[in-house]
Design a protein around this ligand. Structure first.
Ligand code: IPM
Ligand code: MG
Length: 368
């Protein structure tokens, strides 16, 4: 059997630094668990633009289509702010999502006990929180046509189109129900069926998939604005939330803050199964490239390391190894080790980006 293949696209800003720590973890699995990955690396975002004049070279795109999983750091930075829209670093990421057809974006929001005081919400609201947002990632208003800025009379009009087909809703609904079966067996679907036809169809199709294929999973529906309110009021009422591309973008940032720090949250973007049965997949931290702190050893590598844990679970069917890595992160936090984004409490021990990576590797060693 060939080794599982990984394409690493560290990208820009802190992407490079946090990925260096993930590579330590990947190395550990090779040395200590005999799980050797066939790792290749390439450029994305501003780094790719600097080298090739495009945020994603065609060869990189082709390689991404072949590997078992892509691991991405972050893209963007002020240096690229004035570039044309078509070659901005973010376009590289959107092209990967679209061409790999990664329609289900899994964004867990999990509050580690050691960080429950760190959230801006009261401790009892967030302690023990473990929810999963499933965001549709390849359609909706992000990609719908017509779009653009056009002249109309003596002014300009900006246009984007929210558009969902039944099959697009069905497949992401299935992803959400499948996940729920392995978690708390509960799905809440969010849309704006009160004002949008696409929302009416969304609700109807999610309900239909439920009734026909997943009648044993508890299903509820909420308008997305009410959902945002409930997410802040009592987030533990949710298990899996399934929603469209734009609502998912907003709701997942809100959910991120429940956990205390954006530097903690991983994500998986999954598509249809490939010939080997594994889903097309890209894993990335939810945070961005944070150019203001890049290169200073301040970045928190945990979100990127937990993204690799998601790869172990969802691409390589190594749930126990994923648990091991997540437990190692939990141990290190419980020991009081904190990167710059998590400082402030009494009695904690500041560590650099590399210090956090080393501590996690040490906790992995201790787990054997
Ligand atoms: C995200 C980001 C992206 C999005 C940007 C960087 C294109 O906000 O992954 O949530 O809007 O999807
Ligand atoms: Mg976002």
């Amino acid at each position: 059997m060939t080794n599982p293949s990984l394409l690493i696209l560290a990208g820009d800003g802190i992407g490079q630094e946090v990925m260096a720590e993930v590579k330590k973890v990947i190395g550990w699995y090779g040395d200590k668990r005999d799980i050797a990955f066939d790792v290749s690396e390439d450029l994305v975002g501003g780094a790719a633009y600097d080298a090739h004049g495009t945020p994603l070279h065609d060869d990189t795109m082709a390689r991404a289509q072949e590997v078992d999983a892509v691991l991405l750091g972050a893209v963007g930075g002020p240096k690229y702010d004035d570039l044309d829209f078509s070659v901005k670093p973010e376009r590289g990421l959107l092209r990967l999502r679209k061409e790999m057809d990664l329609y289900a974006n899994l964004r867990p929001a999990q509050c580690f006990d050691a960080l429950a005081d760190f959230s801006s919400l009261k401790k009892d609201v967030v302690a023990g929180l473990d929810i999963m947002i499933v965001r549709e990632l390849t359609s909706g208003i992000y990609f719908g046509e017509p779009r653009g800025i056009i002249e109309e009379g003596n002014e300009r009009v900006g246009i984007n189109t929210q558009r969902y087909s039944e099959s697009e809703i069905e497949r992401v609904a299935r992803s959400a129900f499948e996940l729920a079966k392995r978690r708390g067996n509960k799905v809440c679907s969010m849309e704006k069926a009160n004002v949008m036809e696409s929302g009416i169809l969304w609700r109807e199709v999610v309900q239909r998939v439920h009734d026909a294929e997943y009648p044993d999973v508890e299903l509820g529906h909420m308008y997305a604005d009410a959902g945002a309110m409930q997410l802040c009021r009592w987030p533990k009422q949710f298990d899996v939330i399934v929603t469209d591309n734009l609502f998912g973008d907003l709701l997942s940032d809100a959910a991120a803050m429940l956990t205390g720090s954006l530097g903690m949250l991983p994500s998986a973007s999954l598509g249809a199964p490939m010939a080997n049965g594994r889903p097309k997949a890209l894993y990335e931290p939810v945070h961005g490239s944070a150019p203001d702190i890049a290169g200073q050893g301040k970045a928190n590598p945990i979100a990127c390391i937990l993204s690799f844990a998601m790869a172990l679970r969802y691409s390589f069917d190594m749930g126990e190894e994923a648990d091991r890595l997540e437990n190692a992160v939990e141990t290190v936090l419980a020991d009081g080790k904190r990167t710059a984004d998590l400082l402030g409490e009494e009695g904690v021990q500041p560590v650099s980006t590399a210090g956090m990576g080393d501590a996690i590797v040490e906790a992995l060693n201790a787990s054997l």
